[in-house]
Design a binder for this molecule. Structure first.
Ligand code: EPU
Length: 417
């Protein structure tokens, strides 16, 4: 298993280009199942999760080709409707194929994803949405088994705004008979990206970006070309990298409006952030002010930036409090940060981070994608060497992170294992 070695110290300087968004690419790839034909996706990030979704589409009959950030998906021969456990267990986002399979074939058999590193992540909202659209859905032998003649437009109301369930509902409702309204819909930019892709395929969708999405079902959708939006979480991670090292980094290829909550908190901590045309320059405070962060659905502060912000808070001046309202216990990175000399305590979904003056490198273990990023970020300022093992997690969602950081002057390298 590969490891990443980081030598703390250097200020990061230079320019970094942000890749396409994992969490936009995955549901868009799944949505190609809705229309037989050749779909072309540009700016597709080269990530393990994208490859896993490609494999899943392959099992469903698609021909997938990914090179130079161009992803071509030919769904003409997609006649299968079963997403097997062996692939789904590797990536929860596999559940995104449920709505498209059901809408296209009138049946779908998708393995339940199971838990993840930070506890149970149910799919009841996804199931409810398919039922609301008229499908008969059962849970059998660890699989969601759904059937319908043709889905029928309906009002789908979610208890809380779920990104994945909104995506599944939107995709399925696009081919349903009649009008659907998704109430309490998620508003993340990735929802807007999927809506734009579906519109490019011929879907009739309005209201994406608000909490009420209206879909007038159509009889047929067509293959389309689309450019994946930039990854706002990768962008936020590099902003933290600049700030934590007291650096000066120009972040390019981003959509600034998607990063507003993170930018606001970084400024509150003392980072200097200026717009340079479409790009963003982040100058770090090195020792920032303590802040409180509460994660919330978009446009609130993203839970996917919580671990990276904790890295920054470990050396802030004072005590910061993080409350994660999206997940009950997404703090597996805390004991590892404490091994590097941080002072973090947790109580259920709240973490108290008391800033320290110095961190020292150690061997640590990545437990999930964003936790891995937090450990690498902390390694950038910890004295001596930090060895992050199990970095396969990071390859799921960050494209060449060690190369991008090295390009900014970080002393970082991957050791093949
Ligand atoms: N939830 C349910 N039932 C469901 C679905 C969700 O109770 O059927 C709960 C979840 O357990 C969670 C909350 O609703 O407490 C919100 O979950 P959501 O469905 O919005 O999450 P998701 O669609 O599974 C996406 C991202 C995650 C990100 C969350 C929240 C993708 C592929 N994944 O997951 O990204 O944390 O939204 O913003 O889009 C990551 O990239 O590291 C990552 C985990």
């Amino acid at each position: 298993m590969d490891k990443i070695l980081v030598e703390g110290g250097p200020r990061l300087e230079g320019e970094v280009r942000i890749s396409g968004a994992k969490n936009a690419a995955l549901p868009i790839m799944a949505a190609t199942l809705l229309a037989p034909g050749v779909h072309n996706l540009k700016n597709a990030p080269s990530l393990v999760d994208v490859r896993t979704m490609g494999k899943l589409l392959g099992v469903l009959g698609a021909d997938v080709d990914h090179h130079d950030h161009s992803l071509t998906i030919d769904t003409k021969n997609c006649n299968e409707h079963e997403a097997p456990y062996e692939l789904v267990k590797q990536m929860r986002a596999s559940i995104c194929v449920l709505g498209p399979l059901l809408a296209r074939h009138g049946r779908a058999r998708v393995s339940l994803p199971g838990g993840c590193a930070w506890g149970p992540r149910p799919v009841d909202f996804h199931v409810k949405a398919m039922k609301d659209l008229g499908a008969d859905v059962k849970l059998e032998h660890g699989y969601v088994v759904a059937e319908c003649r043709r889905l029928t437009g309906a009002t789908i109301q979610f208890d809380i705004p779920s990104v994945g369930a909104t995506e599944n509902a939107m995709a399925a409702a696009s081919l349903a008979k009649g009008r659907s309204v998704i109430e309490n819909a998620a508003r993340e930019p990735e929802i807007g990206a999927l809506a734009s892709f579906l519109r490019a395929m011929g879907a009739r969708i309005t209201g994406d970006g608000t909490d009420a999405i209206v879909i007038e079902g159509v009889d047929e959708l067509f293959a389309a070309d689309f450019e994946i939006i930039p990854d706002r979480i990768e962008a936020g991670t590099f902003m933290v990298a600049a700030a934590i090292t007291g650096g000066d980094v120009l972040i390019t290829g981003i959509r600034k409006e998607h990063c507003a909550a993170v930018i606001m908190k970084l400024k509150e901590m003392g980072a200097e952030i200026t717009e340079e045309g479409a790009d963003l320059r982040v100058k770090g405070p090195m020792w920032g002010r303590a802040v409180n962060v509460t994660t919330a659905p978009y446009p609130g502060f993203p839970t996917d930036m919580q671990a990276q912000f904790m890295a920054l808070m470990t050396i802030a001046d004072g005590t910061s409090v993080i409350t994660d309202t999206i997940y009950a216990d997404r703090f597996a990175h805390v004991p590892e940060l404490n091994r590097l000399g941080a002072d973090v305590g947790t109580d259920r979904n709240v973490a108290i981070v008391s800033g320290v003056k110095k961190l020292s490198g150690a061997k640590v273990m990545a437990t999930d994608l964003r936790a891995s990023a937090a450990l690498i970020l902390t390694g950038l300022i910890a004295e001596g060497e930090t060895e992050v093992s199990r970095v396969y997690h990071i390859d799921r969602g960050y494209e060449s992170i060690e190369k991008k950081l090295a390009g900014l002057g970080a002393k970082i390298r991957r050791v093949k294992g």
